[in-house]
Design a binder for this molecule. Structure first.
Ligand SMILES: Cc1cc2nc3c(=O)[nH]c(=O)nc-3n(C[C@H](O)[C@H](O)[C@H](O)COP(=O)(O)O)c2cc1C
Length: 207
């Protein structure tokens, strides 16, 4: 079975997965794309209705065109959230936004973009487990990713660009590529802050 190529211990995959936003231009072999999408297809989903749909884009001209749209969407969201209009508005210590801004500049050059969609447009929670499977499988193959969103301002043009009909819902835009930089541990709150035992607010025994 091809899935035996996904042989990294699952703990290593999960604990070293982090947002990768800087990519080398090298293309991803089609067999690896297939394996990544097959891993996505195995995820749990409501009623096993399998509403998740994926659009894999590797065409350079299309990605270049999409990159401009993504950049516009990214800045539109920053305007909505923070009234930011350009790089000077982003605090230097805000590493996540600075890194995400870098991706907004570089989306046009990524080797592959996967759009996570749904048909019929059901709940996002039937699509998100598939996205996580997709990103973990990619990580095992040495391929970085990050889930990103778009903005209402660009959705009509986005749909037109890729021929996505209205009855297909958009959930995530996931760039894929070999990282410039490393996978590695990420920083998260301790589980003792996020988890209760038996009753809301009661401490976990490992706190
Ligand atoms: C719902 C959702 C939306 C996100 N949107 C974006 C985005 O628009 N741009 C981006 O660069 N990263 C986006 N991310 C990635 C998060 O910023 C990232 O998962 C988080 O900062 C943790 O990063 P780390 O794993 O490197 O620690 C999104 C993640 C989720 C789950």
């Amino acid at each position: 079975m091809d899935h035996q190529r996904l042989a990294m211990p699952v703990g290593e995959a999960m604990f070293t997965q982090r947002a990768i936003r800087r990519f080398r231009p090298d293309p991803i072999p089609v067999e690896d794309l297939r394996l990544i999408l097959e891993a996505a297809s195995k995820a749990p989903n409501g009623g096993n209705n399998q509403i998740a749909r994926f659009l894999v884009v590797t065409d350079r001209a299309l990605i270049r065109e999409f990159g401009a749209l993504y950049r516009e969407a990214w800045w539109a969201k920053r305007w909505d959230d923070h009234r930011w209009t350009g790089p000077a508005d982003i605090p230097v210590e805000d590493r996540t936004h600075r890194s995400a801004m870098g991706l907004a500049e570089e989306m046009k050059d990524v080797p592959c973009v996967v759009f996570a969609l749904a048909e019929p447009p059901g709940a996002a929670n039937s699509v998100l487990p598939a996205c996580q499977n997709l990103m973990l499988a990619a990580r095992v193959l040495g391929i970085g990713s990050v889930p990103t969103t778009l903005h209402a301002k660009v959705m009509d043009r986005f749909r037109a660009m890729f021929g996505i009909p209205e009855q297909v819902a958009f959930h995530f835009c996931i760039p894929l590529g070999y990282p410039r930089g490393q996978f590695g541990p990420n920083t998260r709150r301790p589980t003792s802050e996020t988890t209760s035992l038996d009753r809301w607010g009661a401490p976990v025994p490992w706190a």
